[in-house]
Write a protein that binds this ligand. Structure first.
Ligand code: FE2
Ligand code: FE2
Length: 238
């Protein structure tokens, strides 16, 4: 049976359905926080906002401006990374890390990797995949503490499911570990309801490191083109 619980966040009390695994609840909470932020700041998820038509050849920036329901949170993460002097590829990874939540919630790291792999250097899509597991594992030496909110939600004794533990161990031993860890370092504090970040400071980085297809995202026959089309037309019946 489903049970609803309310978690107090910087954005107010957020209802989370307490069914399934606790890591799935963490995912739901992350999405709801990003969505709540977007609603409070008047972004794409604002109530009653009709989806605007997309250009015939949509770019990544068009998705930020017209579709992504987690734009504000992702822009805040990238802004933190920029201010803290992280490398450009890390800034792009932070910018993209939760955008796939617009389309699907469970396993958003994996789906995010699928969505971006055709368009970014491999270590960026790899980092997007593994940030999902790394959120549950503190790394104080690199400035990542276990999120306080998970303790409040799940209790002190919570252990992530075995698959997340395996992914964490794999990522920890990998040469790109820090790429994924840097996403989590900029993630946790990026839910400020007063922040109004824009895409403008990132246009140059996107231009340099994101392979924008000339046909437009969704129409370029890449392995993830169908995912872009789903984001363009989420209610298309057939
Ligand atoms: Fe995430
Ligand atoms: Fe995030």
């Amino acid at each position: 049976m489903n049970r609803r619980m309310f978690v107090t966040t910087a954005l107010g009390a957020i209802a989370v359905t307490a069914s399934g695994s606790r890591s799935a609840m963490a995912e739901e909470l992350e999405y709801k926080m990003a969505l709540e932020l977007e609603q409070q700041t008047g972004g794409q998820a604002a109530p009653k906002k009709e989806l605007a038509p997309m250009p015939a050849k949509p770019t990544l920036v068009d998705f930020f401006n017209l579709r992504f329901t987690t734009s504000n949170h992702c822009l805040q993460s990238a802004t933190r990374a920029l201010k803290n002097g992280f490398p450009e590829e890390t800034i792009l990874a932070c910018l993209l890390h939760d955008t796939v939540l617009t389309m699907i919630k469970p396993d958003h790291g994996h789906w995010g990797e699928n969505l971006y792999a055709p368009y970014v250097p491999e270590k960026i899509s790899w980092a997007i995949k593994y940030h999902q597991a790394l959120r549950f594992y503190p790394d104080p030496a690199n400035g990542y503490e276990y999120p306080e909110m998970y303790i409040r939600m799940f209790g002190k004794d919570y252990k992530p499911e075995p698959y997340l533990e395996e992914e964490y161990k794999f990522a920890k031993a990998h040469k790109w570990y820090m790429e994924a860890r840097m996403i989590t370092m900029n993630d946790e504090y990026s839910f400020d309801p007063k922040a109004k970040p824009t895409i403008d400071p990132f246009l140059d980085i996107i231009g340099k490191h994101f392979k924008q297809p000339k046909e437009g995202l969704g129409w370029d026959n890449s392995p993830s083109a169908h995912m872009w089309r789903t984001i363009i037309n989420p209610n298309r019946p057939l």
